[in-house]
Design a protein around this ligand. Structure first.
Ligand code: IMP
Length: 210
């Protein structure tokens, strides 16, 4: 039986784009939020080899430092023709305010490998979510959305690799979609993004609508 989250959660991120989305996802559930950045908590080193391990490292460290349940996301863009890179290294490739350079790196490597057609440029976003409690209990969920790495990047909404990624079944990139389209939950939205897909599983197991 999953444990339910009731009152306050600390969001274990210092990334403003992710923090905004995680707050929007939690909003309908009446859970108060603080962020690790607002509490001045340090960012633990992400030493894991998978998204799930790194999400767990962040959630567990934040729950034990704050004495409050913590919510972490580890996510990234996996490009098939680049053997899965940037993957768990997505933040490192991007760096603060260097989103365009990260997209450029992907484009340069794809061209080096002769990947020009949409079929050769398959990519997917992954999000691993972890809820951790100070007593050591954890709950974990994962979501994925498939699509294509486009060039040039399009749109200035969202964050990170959003302008580079066109999800299957859409003409527009995540960078051209508003928040409701990218990660809105049913019934208003369709739970399109990797983070929304993981969050729907988390909400079913651990949250109650306010
Ligand atoms: P981390 O999970 O904090 O290690 O960082 C994940 C990195 O992946 C972010 O800094 C972004 O560059 C990228 N990323 C993760 N999710 C998204 C998304 O929804 N849109 C665009 N980029 C994302």
């Amino acid at each position: 039986m999953s444990r339910r989250l009731t009152s306050l959660v600390v969001i274990a991120t210092h990334n403003p784009g992710k923090l905004k989305e995680m707050r929007e996802l939690l909003a309908p559930y009446g859970i108060a939020t603080q962020s690790a950045g607002e509490l001045g908590l340090p960012e633990p080193e992400e030493t894991g080899k998978t998204f799930a391990t790194n999400a767990r490292i962040k959630a567990v460290a934040t729950a034990s430092a704050s004495g409050t349940p913590a919510f972490a996301d580890d996510s990234g863009l996996v490009v098939d023709a680049l053997d899965g890179e940037p993957g768990i290294h997505s933040a490192r490739w991007a760096g603060p305010d260097k989103d365009f350079r990260a997209a450029m790196n992907i484009q340069t490597l794809l061209i080096e490998r002769g990947a020009k057609t949409p079929e050769q440029r398959r990519a997917h976003f992954v999000a691993a979510l972890c809820l951790a409690w100070p007593d050591g209990h954890i709950e974990e969920f994962e979501g994925r959305v498939d699509g294509v790495a486009v060039w040039p990047p399009r749109g200035d909404k969202g964050f990170g690799y959003d302008p580079l990624f066109r999800p299957d079944g859409f003409d527009r990139t995540f960078g051209e979609m508003n928040a409701l389209e990218k990660h809105g939950l049913p019934p208003q939205g369709q739970g399109l993004s990797h983070r929304a897909r993981a969050f729907i599983k988390l909400a079913e197991a651990c949250l109650t609508r306010a």
